[in-house]
Design a protein around this ligand. Structure first.
Ligand code: ADP
Ligand code: MG
Length: 356
């Protein structure tokens, strides 16, 4: 870590550490150090997709996410209604990752006078659409002005029975590593939108060329949370041993799951499920398709582990793909390429303080 001495206004030397040296996850780990719960009801604090609170009967789940214009979204190609929907969905996804049922949501916004009432109404149309679809009550929030741009902060609660909760830290050696749906589509959609933005900037007369990219654009602009998996798990009689949602990319989120579980893993690259449109687009952009899945993020699919003995229960479920298995932590977290090479998994997903 790079630390240097810096003088403050009274001339004393103070240490200054660059956030870019820590990265987003390093910063969270640093802030979380030595936080000891004061209440017996705090079952799980920092470190999972949602905090877990014991309310007597069931467990209460609590999670929050912050979205900032220019950092997390670009209004030149993100319609406000879609943005509202997505802001809700990214939170709902964290409840799904705990195998929970989403219940209530608060929405806080800060807006500059660049926005009209009609624009904010459009944002809320999207939020309410998601609340209706996922059966969630919008119960509060906060409203503030901002000097520039739009900020959205969503907090969500959920509920789960004690015997049904799934944490990030339950994976065991020999467990199978599985994902839902397909990966990399959201990133492929972003590539298209960014390309069309550059074309528009160069010549505003040009109309965006978005036909033929319906699937990946929907993955980027209107993601869905996999709350359906909870019922599917019940139906087939499987309870994952660990679970996380894929928000930062398969590589980064696998590392989170393995670090929390204190395990290693082997992911077989050719097993990573990808849609044909995503693959075609990646190649169009000269990107190895699996890179979109590993490092792209925002797919909001679920990554989970099951006991090997449960394999027969999931083998014919089209929504679930086995991509690898869990090993001991000493083996590290590895990707096996189609030609049999072992490559160390590295997180190149979203990292808020990365200098690049
Ligand atoms: P997710 O991608 O599932 O939303 P994050 O990577 O944002 O999860 O956060 C990981 C964990 O760190 C969560 O338990 C979250 O509540 C916690 N966390 C993130 N930022 C902070 C912060 N500034 N202070 C305390 N806890 C935080
Ligand atoms: Mg999450």
């Amino acid at each position: 870590m790079y630390t240097r001495k810096e003088k403050n206004t009274s001339g004393e030397k103070k240490e200054r550490t660059e956030l870019s040296e820590l990265g987003e996850f390093g910063l969270i780990d640093h802030l979380a150090k030595n936080i000891i719960p004061k209440h017996a009801g705090t079952v799980k604090g920092i470190g999972d997709d949602a905090a877990v609170i014991d309310t007597g009967k069931n467990l209460l789940l609590l999670s929050t996410d912050l979205l900032l214009e220019g950092v997390h979204f670009d209004l030149t190609y993100m319609p406000l209604k879609h943005l509202g929907y997505k802001a809700a969905v990214v939170n709902i996804s964290d409840i799904a990752a705990m195998n929970g049922i989403p219940k209530q949501m608060t929405v806080s916004i800060a807006v500059s006078n660049r926005f009209s009432l009609e624009a904010i109404e459009e944002l809320y149309r999207g939020i309410r659409m998601a609340c209706d679809k996922y059966n969630i009550d919008l119960v509060g929030g906060d409203t503030s002005s901002s000097v520039s741009g739009l900020l959205i902060s969503v907090t969500i609660t959920g509920e789960v029975a004690r015997e049904e909760i799934v944490y990030r830290n339950g994976a065991k050696e020999g467990d199978l590593l599985c994902v839902t749906g397909d990966l990399g589509g959201a990133y492929a959609g972003l590539l298209i939108l960014e390309r069309e933005k550059q074309v528009y900037k160069a010549n505003p007369e040009m109309q965006p060329e978005l036909t033929g990219y319906d699937y990946v654009l929907a993955r980027q602009l209107k993601p869905e949370a996999r709350t359906d998996l909870r019922n599917l798990f019940k139906k087939i009689g499987v309870l994952p041993t660990s679970m996380i949602d894929i928000s930062d990319g398969l590589a980064s989120d696998t590392l989170h799951l393995c670090h929390q579980s204190k395990t290693g893993c082997r992911i077989y690259e050719e097993k990573i499920p990808m849609d044909e449109e995503t693959k075609r687009l990646a190649l169009e952009f000269n990107i190895i398709p699996t890179i979109c899945a590993l490092s792209g993020g925002e797919d909001y699919e679920l990554l989970f582990t099951i006991k090997q003995t449960d394999y027969d229960k999931i083998r014919n479920v089209p929504e679930i793909t086995v991509i690898g298995h869990i090993t001991t932590s000493g083996d590290g977290q590895n990707l096996i390429t189609p030609d049999g090479q072992t490559v160390k998994l590295t997180a190149q997903g979203w990292d808020a303080f990365n200098k690049k």
